[in-house]
Design a protein around this ligand. Structure first.
Ligand SMILES: Cc1ncc(CO)c(N)n1
Length: 222
């Protein structure tokens, strides 16, 4: 016993690498991603973030301690006050207006992923919910760091997606990722092997749904 977050990524190694190193991510790094694909992704990510905020509200509801309640509140505030605001501004730079965002059709991949997270949280406890959310928060932080270690990655003005990488490598986002890792490591330390297997299944499902989310962007599918 005495599990850590890294035991989840180790147990789901192939899916985790397929998510972190997806072609969508590689093309963001090289700057060669089709801009229609990126725009489609940005639009769907707006819808994703709205449900992501709802998941933090669910985390507040599922909290048993003031510390957990405060953490859920911080997460909800970060998404609503910071990330969604930045996202709307970023979409505007890519030619997507707020009116357009308000009337978007939701892609099946967005529905599947966000509703999976909410259902997992409803069915289970706070740890299930956090494990379902981990590929989002930890994954995007890891993706930015992975891109920065790859020789093919282009940074600065030569890459139209530089601001995207910068957002997820930012101190703020990386700090949120590390806080989440610390919370998960503390909770995973005393789960049983049977419980760990359950959590692994949740982590794997959420990771596979992140892979589908990238693919939805590349394919521009609804
Ligand atoms: C699909 C998806 N996963 C993770 C993040 C990171 O918050 C995001 N913005 N979108």
């Amino acid at each position: 016993m005495g599990y850590h977050f890294t035991d989840l990524t180790r147990a789901c190694h192939d899916d985790w690498r397929a998510y972190i190193e997806h072609d969508f991510v590689r093309n963001l790094g090289t700057g060669t991603l089709d801009d229609g694909a990126f725009r489609h992704y940005l639009q769907q990510d707006y819808l994703f973030l709205i449900h992501f905020a709802r998941a933090y509200a669910l985390a507040a509801y599922k909290s048993r301690t003031l510390a957990d309640l405060r953490q859920a509140h911080e997460g909800l505030k970060a998404i609503v006050d910071v990330e969604l605001g930045l996202h709307v501004g970023y979409c505007r730079e890519w030619g997507i207006s707020e009116e357009q965002l308000a009337t978007l059709p939701e892609a099946r991949a967005t529905m599947a992923y966000t509703r999976y997270v909410l259902d997992t949280g409803n069915r289970g406890d706070l740890l299930d919910l956090h494990v379902a959310l981990a590929p989002c928060l930890v994954g995007y932080g890891e993706i930015a760091n992975w891109l920065n270690t790859q020789v093919f990655t282009v940074r600065g003005e030569a890459n139209p997606y530089d601001a995207w990488i910068a957002m997820y490598e930012s101190e703020e986002f990386q700090a949120a990722m590390h806080a989440e890792l610390a919370w998960l490591d503390a909770r995973l330390a005393d789960v049983t092997p049977a419980r760990f297997d359950e959590l692994c299944a949740v982590f794997r499902d959420a990771t596979r749904l992140e892979i589908d989310f990238w693919q939805m962007g590349l394919d521009r599918s609804l």
